[in-house]
Design a protein around this ligand. Structure first.
Ligand code: ZN
Ligand code: ZN
Length: 366
């Protein structure tokens, strides 16, 4: 069953994907694929721009390269199903769906045995996973494919331009706050708090009754953090930033948790030091390879009883829970919507960490 599906479409593929000098080119003649077994063809309306789009295609993560033939990066989008492949049972043409960073994982519905990670509920690090923009094309094309298994149903009442960036930044933020394990009234510090994931972390934390100190650079980011419900803002360029954060917690001991969404080594070097004893660091932001080492020495981690954990995007269950917040208006993506031709610039902006909130591309806008 299909709607009107063109043969070619708008897309912003890369020339030289996987190399530092890759280039994004806007095309009107990109081939539209045909959905295979268990796949949906989606007409994407909006695509969010994540910093990882750049790192994935710049070859910044050792050993992780886009597969042969994958030239569209991107892993957050929203659109409508226009064709379904054989054996699709849950979705039909016209359904509103979101694309997250995960294309597929072990699928017990197809009679596959679940791997250890899937069994333990950590499906995003499944041993058999395929990620968008790595194993298959991502969301920089207006007609991507997604497995039915990982298609996210977008609830009525959620605007598509909000749903698109939410598929990575919102879901990831929700899971990160959950991983911090805070109790009501406890303190959370957020590095990169004015960025795409960061400002969503601030909102989820605020909505759940935690006290939030946002850390980022400059007035514009301070404004975003305040609008997101942050209790305080500390500029990362302040040489006493760590002491400032600790002071703001009242007893001077520091925060109960810190979430690092900033993709840079300086944030990681500082993060453990804003924590009080038994504090938890949640690692989210992915810098270029080799920069994400926490600056804390083992003695500090030991004597303070610090826990450091990593989370990778979000599970389908968490996404469902997170979408409730978006639907109810408890959280909202701070977005700027750009026309199709802005893809190359948008990616350059995010690579340089120059954006407030999330940039979103509208495929049909010129
Ligand atoms: Zn992302
Ligand atoms: Zn698995």
């Amino acid at each position: 069953m299909t709607a009107d599906v063109p043969k070619v479409c708008r897309a912003a593929p890369a020339v030289g994907a996987g190399k530092p000098d890759y280039k994004i080119v806007c095309r009107e003649d990109y081939p539209v694929p045909t959905p295979g077994e268990g796949e949906l063809l989606v007409n994407l309306e909006y695509c969010g721009i994540c910093q990882s789009d750049h790192h994935q295609f710049a070859g910044d993560w050792h050993g992780i390269q886009p597969a042969e033939g994958v030239d569209c990066t991107g892993h957050e989008g929203a659109g409508r199903v226009v064709a379904v492949g054989p054996k699709v049972t849950q979705f039909k043409v016209g359904d509103k769906v979101g694309l997250t960073p995960v294309y597929k994982t072990c699928n017990d519905k197809l009679g596959q045995e679940l791997c250890e990670m899937c069994q333990r509920g950590h499906e995003t690090i499944c041993f058999n996973k395929v990620y968008l923009a790595m194993g298959v094309n991502g969301t920089y094309t207006s007609y991507p494919l997604i497995s039915e298994q990982w298609a996210i149903r977008i609830p009525d009442g959620v605007p598509m331009e909000q749903a698109a960036p939410f598929m990575c930044s919102g879901g990831t933020a929700y899971t990160a706050v959950k991983a911090a394990g805070l109790k009501k009234g406890e303190w959370l510090a957020v590095f990169g708090a004015g960025g795409g994931v960061g400002h969503m972390v601030v909102q989820f934390a605020h909505a759940q009754g935690f006290k939030v100190i946002g850390i980022d650079v400059g007035e514009d980011k301070a404004k975003v953090v305040k609008e997101a419900g942050g209790d305080h803002f500390v500029d990362a360029t302040n040489p006493n930033a760590i002491e400032e954060v600790k002071k703001l917690t009242g007893d001077g001991l520091g925060t109960h948790a810190v979430i690092v969404t900033a993709g840079n080594g300086k944030a990681y070097a500082a993060a453990p030091y804003v924590l009080r004893p038994l504090g938890v660091q949640v690692t989210v932001g992915l810098p270029a390879n080799g920069e994400a080492i926490a600056g804390a020495d083992p003695g500090y981690i030991v004597f303070m009883g610090i826990t450091i954990k990593g989370i990778l995007v979000t599970t389908r269950k968490d996404m469902e829970e997170a979408l409730e917040y978006l639907k109810n208006g408890q959280v909202k993506e701070h977005i700027t919507v750009y026309p199709f031709s802005y893809f190359p610039e948008a990616l350059a902006n995010v690579a340089a960490s120059k954006t407030n909130g999330r940039q979103v591309i509208e495929f049909l806008r010129d």
